[in-house]
Design a protein. Structure first.
Length: 110
């Protein structure tokens, strides 16, 4: 989505699209699942958990952080990552709204 096209949509629509786009790669989903599983801020362990090179993992972490799905805190020479609960609450609210609307409609479509 080009920068000029995003101006035609609401801030909320753009925010949800950014979050969804960041989750649009299986490596990023795996990173989120790992951070959820360990339930702590993680520094170097993420690279050991994925079948990807360190620079590739770093790029995926950067995408997740730029979207606001994870937070990073500098500790010495490393950055420790954890999930941003507020961003996931926004995603949950979006899908809960869709699910509730579909339930009300009872799929009276096609």
């Amino acid at each position: 989505m080009g920068v000029t096209k995003t101006t035609h949509f609401t801030d909320k629509q753009n925010a949800i699209a950014t979050l969804a786009k960041a989750l649009g790669h299986p490596a990023r989903v795996a990173i989120v699942e790992y951070l959820l599983k360990v339930d702590a801020c993680i520094c170097g362990d993420i690279v050991n958990e994925l079948p990807l090179a360190q620079p590739t993992v770093s790029q995926h972490l950067k995408e997740l952080k730029n979207a606001g799905l994870i937070q990073g805190e500098v500790e010495g020479n490393t950055i420790c990552y954890c999930l941003n609960e507020k961003a996931f609450a926004e995603i949950q609210a979006f899908f809960t709204n869709i699910s509730g609307s579909l339930e009300l409609k009872k799929n009276n479509c096609c």
